[in-house]
Design a binder for this molecule. Structure first.
Ligand SMILES: *Cc1c(COP(=O)(O)O)cnc(C)c1O
Length: 368
């Protein structure tokens, strides 16, 4: 069987999703499990999205609107582009896959950071493209080096802004310098899954490049601040030409009717977005202070998560937190990513983390 698998596919490791809450509860017999692993909105979806969802249930025997007409137009109006400049995806993840399949032929290069969203590498490799990996500098995309990595075979350049898992962003000025160097036949993919959380005024206006007709696509999602991760819906905004090509291979009914209806309502609920931002800002303050009090300095974040060096084996920290009923994300080495939750969830995490650190310190003390 192994012989039938393309070596590119064999080279990939399967994506390891965050542990489901129910599974952990069963395994460890815990009554309370707090999931701070997948950057979901701890407040849940907008009440308006929930209402739209119950209204949509009567039409479940019908196929969804394959064109996503209403939602696409609402997104287009919001960003002041034409309806044919918007594509909907089964999560923005799906659009990443469509980009790879549409624009890469085997051996074509796609530039990405070394410490970024893992799906880029997966989708590029799946179509036998070549991921060209550029190291972060200070946990931040190094756009100078990314520009230098462009060759005649480069077709895509992934810019995760702000970056997952580090939480850092690149500024408008840095992006402007990059865009001045990117040739027209390279598509810059601005993955802005955490856009609505950004507070830094120097964040770039990536949509402006699309409006100038540059080869760029801006990806956004309803999975993060909009709280609809379970429904799988995201979107891309680009030139009508690029969107037109993506649509040629998009599965016709890729976004289900519940997702379309509820995200349309969510998009119109600015109040819920504002409340979510405020909750996140307060939670970030709480977690940053709490972590610093424990001797840990998180990387400054423009998102709804914090990334930090736990200064001890991350896998053990992850496991020890699991036993305390807290699910975080172990990325690699000593690095941990924690999603900002509600105040009591953050407090529970800090308490558990303190316990884990104290527990880890004890054996060393006894050895002395
Ligand atoms: C969560 C996330 C996405 C969005 O995923 P969906 O498929 O829309 O749920 C995309 N990019 C990054 C960097 C993310 O963190």
């Amino acid at each position: 069987m192994g012989l039938l698998v393309h070596p590119d596919i064999r080279s990939l490791s399967p994506y390891v999703p965050g542990k489901p809450v129910e599974e952990l509860q069963r395994e460890l017999g815990l009554t309370r499990v707090i999931k701070l692993a997948s950057n979901e909105n701890p407040l849940g979806p907008s009440p308006k999205a929930m209402a739209a969802l119950s209204g949509a249930q009567t039409a479940l025997h019908r196929y969804p609107d394959g064109g996503g007409t209403q939602l696409r137009q609402a997104i287009a109006d919001r960003w002041k582009v034409a309806g044919d400049q918007v594509i909907l995806g089964n999560g923005s993840d799906e659009i990443l896959g469509l980009l790879a399949r549409t624009f890469l032929t085997p051996g074509d290069e796609a530039i990405m950071a070394d410490h970024t969203f893992v799906i880029y590498k997966m989708e590029v490799t799946a179509v036998h493209g070549k991921p060209v990996v550029v190291p972060l500098v200070d946990w931040t995309h190094d756009l100078e080096s990314m520009a230098r990595a462009i060759t005649p075979r480069t077709k895509l350049l992934f810019l995760c802004n702000p970056n997952n898992p580090t939480g850092t962003m690149v500024s408008a000025e840095a992006v402007e310098r990059l865009m001045a160097r990117v040739p027209e036949d390279v598509i810059v993919v601005f993955d802005e899954a955490y856009f609505e959380y950004v507070r830094n005024p120097r964040f770039p206006d990536a949509m402006a490049y699309v409006k100038q007709g540059r080869s760029a696509i801006v990806l956004r999602t309803f999975s993060k601040i909009y709280g609809l991760a379970g429904l799988r819906i995201g979107y891309g905004v680009s030139t009508s030409e690029i969107i037109g090509y993506l649509n040629r291979i998009r599965p016709p009914f890729n976004v289900n009717s519940l997702a379309q209806k509820s995200s349309l309502a969510a998009l119109g609920d600015d109040e819920h977005v504002a409340k979510s931002r405020a909750t996140n800002a307060a939670g970030m303050e709480q977690l940053e202070q709490g972590l610093r009090a424990l001797g840990v300095t998180p990387i400054p974040s423009e998102t709804n998560f914090l990334y930090f060096d736990a200064k001890r084996d991350g896998r053990s920290v992850f496991d020890a937190l699991l036993r305390e009923g807290i699910i975080v994300r172990h990325i690699e080495g000593t690095m941990i990513r924690v999603t900002i939750g509600l105040a009591d969830e953050n407090a529970a995490f800090l308490q558990a983390f303190k316990k884990v650190l104290d527990g880890a310190r004890q054996p060393i003390v006894r050895e002395l």
